[in-house]
Design a protein around this ligand. Structure first.
Ligand code: HEM
Length: 219
């Protein structure tokens, strides 16, 4: 077997794939959050930002292809690791609660699939407009404000971004471990960084549907 492709069939290789694609996805989520926060500057600002992104189709499609590739690799590796983990332990431990397996870690198995469903809904809602009551091309301010005025749609975003925060917290923390950046000296730093990313992304994203529901963001 080719030694380069061979490593990806090992458990460590799959974890490295998850970590590397995870880093790219975290960077996208952070960049997207900064883009979204421009909604507080006003309609002109965020609409101009959307027009700028769409004015460079080759770059936009390249970024979309990279994202899609990372999401697919991340999911396939996660499912394979989960199946391997289950197969290696056919009889469950009766009381197995190592300290690092905290709430966020235990939610990874179902927060991942729910986030995938959320992303599909989100694309139909705010990118293609198929799941939006009154979608307008290249008008994210209008689309977000009108879209989140529907309470259950805003609720979906709030719950999904809470789950995203948990997923990011455990994901960022464990990718340091996978990549070997787990010296005991850095233990608390890893936790703080993972918590900071989770809290910042969760709070910033959730603030937008809440601001629409509270009438702070309106047309
Ligand atoms: C309240 C939170 C969010 C808001 C307000 C929001 C807003 C938007 C808007 C307005 C668009 C369309 C942009 C355009 O027309 O170019 C978009 C696209 C997108 N969003 Fe979000 N988003 C949020 C959360 C998320 C989250 C949590 C994820 C991923 C985990 C995500 C992933 C995406 C992706 C992949 C696209 C498609 C980008 C493209 O290829 O055009 N978004 N978002």
């Amino acid at each position: 077997m080719n030694p380069i492709t061979g490593i990806y069939t090992t458990t460590v290789g799959k974890k490295i794939l998850m970590a590397v694609t995870g880093i790219i996805l975290v960077l996208y989520v952070l960049a997207h959050m900064l883009g979204n926060l421009q909604i507080y500057i006003g309609a002109e600002r965020i609409d101009a930002y959307a027009r700028l992104l769409h004015s460079m189709p080759p770059l936009l499609w390249f970024a979309r292809a990279v994202l899609l590739f990372c999401v697919l690799v991340h999911i396939v590796a996660a499912v394979q690791l989960w199946l391997r983990n289950r197969a290696s332990r056919p009889v469950k431990y009766r009381m197995f609660r190592p300290p690092e397996v905290d709430l966020a870690a235990r939610t990874m198995v179902w927060s991942g699939p729910i986030l995938l469903l959320f992303i599909i809904y989100h694309l139909l809602h705010l990118t293609t407009g198929d799941a939006h009551p009154n979608y307008e091309e290249l008008a994210p301010f209008h689309n977000v404000v009108v879209g989140f005025a529907v309470w259950w749609a805003a609720g979906i975003y709030i719950v999904a971004n809470l789950l995203l925060a948990f997923h990011l917290y455990h994901g960022v923390w464990s990718l340091f471990q996978t990549l070997g950046w787990d010296h005991p000296k850095w233990g608390p730093c890893r936790r703080y960084l993972a918590a900071a990313i989770a809290v910042v992304v969760g709070t910033a994203n959730i603030s937008i549907p809440l601001a629409v529901l509270a009438g702070v963001l309106h047309q």
